[in-house]
Design a protein. Structure first.
Lengths: 177, 395
């Protein structure tokens, strides 16, 4: 046990207790902690002190890039690079550009949303220390868990474990890296 | 959250004073219209048709909201459902307000003149559909469908307020599938009859969807505005919460993008094909200052709200929502004005006194009846089986 552990894993019996524990951890000043439950719990973002995701801004930026590049590409192609008069329409016909503008905007927004979400969540992640914990397997059916990571400045195995017990955890164990 | 067993009622000025005031405005407006009608029947008839369609779209859009909530078994919307239910019930007054249009058929619709039809090969071909008798039969059918459906949902919903019978919810859900079909067909044909045949040569398969999308925008915006008014007056403040306003705003935002998509598609296909008999309509609607109005619609109906209302924070801010829904309503009225009036005022936009008198005339009566009916029953379906889900709704 010379290596620094990943952190502490604490189990709770009900979603209410989990929510309450998250609030206690947030108020105690912990930042690097995570909650796990079989289903989404309303108010958990707030209880954990998580701010709004910046994903929306990533999507907007990607969408704007798609829109502007579609306008630029089509304007350049139809008015200078490859000038063809189609059924008597003007070379610069914004009406004809709209479908491509829309598609490229949606495409890049979609990429931004999916890959931005991957990036913000640290995905793909092929290994996680919790996979080694047999107790953690109940998280997909009826287990409610908190992990406090050792990277948190307030983390200390003894104090944090005691604190987790105080919040109502039924079992606290160390998770090795 | 303790209101499950009480039925909140509308009282005070909104229930008593406001309907009286609105009736006064309505009758004054209609009276003034009647006087002005003699001076310039054509102008008055087109103004009347425009104002009629504004309030028809509100009725239609509200009916759509009610049907779609039952069709999808939506739980979130229970606390706001009484508002669109009440608006849809105004279908009967729209059927009476349709009578002046029947009176003005010859003024409005070129296909109603035998000499024009006989001199026109295309109109002769369409005579089997576009004739006075069939036009009236269809109008009766449309109103019968709308009044029938509005009553079906309203009666069951309000009966449930006292009986609490869950079977009523099941029967409304069962009927909603047939209702949405009847709705789509009747609205499409109605607007084709009443607005598209103003230019009887021209046709567009998008026209019904275009009107429907605008109607939904109008109805959702009005619903939000009524709920905001109730909130301001101190009704349902802890029942219709930010989460419900947020969901109305999302629905409104989505359907407005649909409106933009449909209206652009209609234009786009005709622009590409560039066939004279199809582009003639746009030539009229893009002529002179009408072109500016069309550009304003693209910018104001779609682009500005698209940007302003994109953020969750904007949608959850009731002050912002209030401004945006009023803006949407103004844009919807402009949209219908642009749809109807170029058929009369060919050279450009020209707002006249009858536009105002008909709008306030029909609007006054319409809204007075709305508030009266809203005050006559519980403000929410207070024994709906999904009420609890709606009260605890979080987005």
């Amino acid at each position: 046990m010379t290596n620094k552990p990943f952190g502490l894993l604490a189990e709770y019996k009900t979603p209410g207790e989990l929510l309450h524990a998250a609030e206690r951890l947030r108020d105690a000043g912990y930042k690097q902690f995570e909650t796990y439950s079989p289903f989404p719990i309303h108010g958990m973002d707030n209880a954990m002190g998580i701010n709004d995701s910046i994903l929306g801004w990533i999507v907007v930026t990607c969408g704007a890039t798609g829109l502007l590049s579609a306008i630029a590409l089509q304007t350049w192609v139809s008015t200078s690079a490859y000038r063809i008069v189609t059924s008597g329409k003007l070379l610069f016909s914004f009406q004809a550009f709209v479908p491509v503008c829309f598609e490229l905007m949606v495409l890049l927004s979609g990429f931004g949303a999916v890959f931005g979400m991957f990036f913000l969540n640290g995905l793909p992640q092929l290994y996680h220390p919790l996979f080694k914990k047999p107790t953690f397997r109940t998280v997909t059916s009826h287990g409610f868990f908190v992990t406090v990571e050792s990277t948190d400045p307030r983390f200390s195995i003894d104090d944090t474990a005691r604190f987790l017990h105080e919040t109502g955890s039924t079992a606290v164990e160390v998770v090795e890296e | 959250m303790s209101n499950l067993n009480e039925s909140p009622r509308l009282t005070g000025f909104l229930a008593n004073g406001l309907p009286k005031l609105l009736f006064a405005v309505g009758f004054a407006g209609l009276g003034a219209t009647a006087i002005l009608w003699k001076q310039n029947p054509t102008q008055a008839a087109f103004s009347y048709l425009f104002s009629f369609l504004v309030f028809l779209s509100l009725t239609i859009g509200s009916l759509f909201f009610v049907i779609i909530q039952h069709l999808t078994r939506a739980g979130w919307s229970v606390v706001i459902r009484r508002i669109p239910e009440t608006f849809a019930m105004n279908a009967w007054v729209m059927s009476i307000l349709f009578l002046p249009i029947v009176y003005a058929i010859k003024t409005l619709y070129p296909w109603s003149h035998a000499d024009i039809v006989n001199a026109d090969h295309l109109l002769l071909g369409k005579q089997g559909y576009l004739n006075l008798k069939f036009f009236l039969i269809r109008a009766i059918a449309f109103f019968a469908i709308w009044i029938g459906m509005a009553r079906y949902f309203y009666k069951r919903s309000t009966n449930q307020d006292t009986s609490g019978d869950k079977q009523l919810t099941l029967s409304m859900q069962g009927f909603s599938a047939a209702a949405i079909l009847l709705f789509a067909i009747s609205v499409t044909f109605a607007i084709v009859d009443w607005a598209m045949t103003l230019t009887p040569h021209w046709y567009s398969t998008m026209f019904g969807v275009y009107f429907f999308a605008g109607s939904a925008v109008c109805a959702f915006a009005t619903m939000s505005l009524i709920a905001l008014t109730l909130r301001k007056a101190g009704f349902l403040t802890d029942i219709i919460r930010i989460d419900h306003f947020h969901d109305i705003a999302k629905f409104l935002y989505g359907i407005n993008i649909f409106w933009a998509y449909v209206s652009f598609s209609q234009y786009f296909l005709y622009w590409y094909a560039n066939i004279p008999e199809e582009t003639v309509w746009f030539q009229e609607h893009f002529f002179g200052s009408w072109n500016t109005v069309a550009a304003l619609l693209a910018l104001g109906h779609f682009f500005i709200p698209f940007v302003v209302f994109m953020s969750k924070h904007a949608r959850r801010n009731l002050k912002v929502q209030c401004v945006v829904v009023i803006w949407f309503l103004m844009m919807h009225v402009t949209d219908l004005y642009w749809l109807i009036m170029p058929n009369f005022s060919h050279t450009g936009i020209h707002v006249t006194l009858t536009d105002v008198t008909t709008f306030f005339g029909i609007g006054g009566i319409y809204l007075a009846l709305f508030w009266k009916r809203l005050a006559s029953k519980s403000l929410i379906p207070n024994k709906d089986p999904r009420l609890s889900e709606s009260l605890h709704h979080h987005t």
